[in-house]
Design a protein around this ligand. Structure first.
Ligand SMILES: [Zn+2]
Ligand SMILES: [Zn+2]
Length: 131
């Protein structure tokens, strides 16, 4: 091998090495980026799931409270405690009384006479207590 050839080979080796290093660096950077993106996506998914869970719990709690507040004596109208099945005042059966829209069924606040959703008339709905 002549001097020129060995210089050529040396330069080729150096170039090859530099190229390998550059590729490695680029691959590492891409890997880091991908891992970061995956971590971010995981975090976001976890947060979303937690939010959904809390929303569900809030809705369940509101529903439970609404049922509790709706419990009244069917005879004297006395508000009943959650564990009461019959009225301690008059022996009347405890029922759940809801104020709902006659058109769309949306539950209404005490003061509402017409549905805030569809303008339908609010009626009182009496429900037997299950369980
Ligand atoms: Zn009663
Ligand atoms: Zn309505």
């Amino acid at each position: 091998m002549g001097l020129f050839d060995s210089i050529k080979k040396g330069i080729a080796d150096l170039l090859g090495k530099a190229k390998d290093e550059a590729v490695e660096t680029a691959v590492d950077a891409a890997k880091d980026k991908a891992n970061d993106a995956i971590d971010n996506a995981k975090d976001a998914a976890r947060e979303k799931a937690e939010e959904r869970k809390q929303e569900k719990e809030r809705a369940a709690e509101a529903e439970r409270k609404a049922h509790e507040e709706a419990r009244v004596c069917s005879q004297c109208g006395r508000h009943a405690a959650p564990e009461e099945k019959f009225c301690p005042e008059c022996g009347g059966k405890i029922v759940e009384k809801f104020r709902v829209c006659s058109k769309c069924g949306k539950r209404a606040e005490d003061a509402e006479k017409f549905c805030t959703e569809c303008g339908g008339e609010i009626v009182e709905k009496v429900e037997e207590i299950k369980n």
